[in-house]
Ligand binder design. Structure first.
Ligand code: ARG
Length: 571
């Protein structure tokens, strides 16, 4: 039996009673802050204008004429201008648990995205530069969206739009030519390439002719010079190898690594198309699209020295992705520092002659910056923290906690990895993405806080209860009337909201909604567990509570994995 959509049922019934549109009515329905006021509330004042009646009168009239099956809504009550609905709890318990028993790991899965493709552009570190904590956020948020869209039936394409192109490669090539024998690029690629890059920049400042050489190198690279391409390839490969270590730790995968360089031969078309519209204008030797009318800085397409820009490549990528993937939405996950960039690019993309569907589907998903509580982890000047160091530190710190609390634990290394990495991921996802984040180890690894380790701990607890009972009851053994206490109902209501929660995540491209949800399930289960015995109770009670435990176990795991967090089976 499928789960009832209560809001829909209520909206339909009010629609019949008032002759108004069910879709709009549904949007008005609220969940009261206090459950004594019912499970759903309809704010009748929203209709006062249209119906030309006072809200309490409207409430009274709806109450009298509304027809909803008693097995779904038990009673309705008027409080002020609200009509409150009390759902039939036993029916709720039955349908939710039956659905979970039937779907198991697939509980929550939906097909709303069937036949639609979502392109997600995320992670995108820059070649020969450190993979820093900002890229972590992009990787983690993008990865979560990727899996959640997929779970809801969309075809998802994850693209790692690597920063592997641009004039800086001319400089790197020059530095490499001069000093490669002084460094050990194979074993320490990013550190050494960064050093070379800093050094060549210094030299360029002192000596204009070196800068000229660098420009030449980039030109040669663009023209396909063998030596330059060989070096470029080498930089790309060694960097990717290093990034891959981070991706392995995080469990990140991409369908495409077509970075900026991939578009090097695809920008001509963009420039031509823009020329054709007459909107590409000369300005101090450069070519720009003026966006004054929208109160935006102009979008720079070709620099005065003839080279293309980050924006030009993004425009070429839009053309390519529209044609290749026929996307419904193309999502870009970067820090909010790039808000203007994407506004400009999305605006200019309207001049490329694409079907409106594609330009409308472009979505920038920005996130806040990460600040450190104390600067200790910075590895070099500036506050650049290498992500690999951060993840390794998390794992080490968890190992120390395990040694302290549970030294006899089996598979300590594997568990420390899951908990350490999971803690970092959860921390990144648990707050509204646009907020800046203060990174604080004590908070990230707090087993009692609203953290990854807390969710994992509650999962492990459900698991160990089921193991101790040595059984997961079948749904036929569950007497639903044994799950009507407040704590059980709290959990069931939360489980009921799982599907809707996932839809909210993609509506707002906000994985934190799922992270908060997992905290809520964990806390609800914790209250239930503190209030009620499970093992050793009379058989019908025990079975009912065990099944509820199993349901939490399943949903915690499904939800955490959608966020990219692995669950340990012990801890
Ligand atoms: N490489 C860029 C950076 O590190 C992010 C690229 C984002 N994707 C894009 N299509 N522009 O800031």
């Amino acid at each position: 039996m499928a789960i009832n959509d209560y809001k829909q049922n209520i909206a339909n019934a009010i629609a019949v009673a008032t002759n108004l549109n069910a879709k709009t009515l549904k949007e008005y329905i609220e969940v009261p802050p206090d459950s004594t006021l019912g499970d759903y509330a309809f704010p009748c004042f929203k209709l006062a204008k249209e119906l030309r009646k006072a809200p309490p009168v409207i409430a009274q009239e709806i109450k009298q004429s509304i027809k909803i099956e008693e097995s779904i809504i038990e009673k309705t009550e008027i409080v002020g201008g609200y009509l409150n609905f009390y759902i039939n709890k036993e029916k709720l318990v039955t349908t939710v648990l039956e659905e979970i028993a039937e779907k198991r790991e697939n509980f929550g899965k939906q097909e709303i995205g069937k036949g639609k493709t979502i392109v997600i552009d995320y992670s995108a570190p820059n070649i020969a530069k450190p993979f820093h904590i900002g890229h972590l956020r992009s990787t983690v948020i993008g990865g979560a969206l990727y899996r959640i869209y997929q779970f809801l039936g969309y075809t998802t394409i994850g693209i790692n739009h690597l920063g592997d192109y641009g004039t800086q490669f001319g400089k790197l090539i020059e530095g490499y030519k001069r000093w490669s024998n002084e460094y050990n690029i194979e074993s320490n690629p990013i550190d050494d390439l960064t050093k070379i890059y800093i050094r060549i920049n210094e030299l360029c400042k002192q000596d204009e002719s070196v800068l000229e050489e660098c420009r030449n190198n980039f030109k040669k690279l663009e023209d396909g010079d063998e030596y330059c391409i060989k070096l470029w390839n080498q930089f790309r490969e060694v960097s990717l190898k290093e990034f891959q270590r981070v991706y392995d730790l995080l469990g990140s995968k991409f369908d495409s690594y077509q970075g900026e360089a991939f578009y090097s031969n695809k920008m001509e078309e963009v420039i031509q198309k823009l020329e054709d519209t007459g909107k590409l204008v000369e300005s101090e030797g450069a070519k720009i699209v003026n966006l004054d009318e929208l109160d935006m800085a102009p979008c720079l397409i070709v620099k005065s020295n003839g080279s293309t820009t980050y924006a030009t490549r993004d425009l070429a990528a839009i053309l390519y992705r529209a044609r290749t993937y026929n996307y419904e939405k193309a999502i870009y996950v970067t820090s909010y520092e790039q808000i203007l960039h994407f506004k400009q690019v999305f605006e200019v993309s309207k001049l490329l002659g694409l079907d409106e569907k594609y330009t409308k589907g472009l979505i920038h998903v920005p996130f806040g910056m990460v600040h450190l509580k104390n600067g200790k982890m910075s590895t070099r000047e500036g506050n650049i923290i290498k992500l690999e160091d951060l993840l390794k530190e998390a794992i080490e710190r968890v190992k120390i906690i395990i040694e302290d609390k549970n030294p006899k634990l089996k598979d300590k290394d594997d568990i420390a990895k899951k908990v350490g990495v999971g803690a970092i991921i959860f921390n990144d996802l648990s707050n509204n993405r646009i907020k800046d984040e203060i990174f604080d180890w004590d908070q990230v690894l707090n087993f009692n806080g609203e953290t990854g380790p807390y969710v994992q701990y509650m999962y492990v607890r459900t698991k160990s209860i089921l193991e101790k009972a040595e059984k997961i009851p079948s749904i036929k053994e569950v007497d639903f009337s044994k799950l009507l206490d407040n704590e059980a109902i709290q959990i069931i209501e939360a489980l009921y909201r799982f599907e809707e929660t996932l839809r909210q995540v993609i509506d707002k491209n906000e994985p934190s909604i799922l992270a908060r949800y997992l905290i809520q399930i964990s806390q609800s289960y914790s209250s239930f567990y503190n209030e009620h015995h499970i093992i050793g109770e009379e058989a019908t009670v025990q079975n009912a509570r065990l099944f509820l435990t199993y349901a939490c176990n399943l949903v915690l795991k499904t939800g955490a994995e959608l966020l990219g967090i692995q669950m340990p089976e012990r801890m």
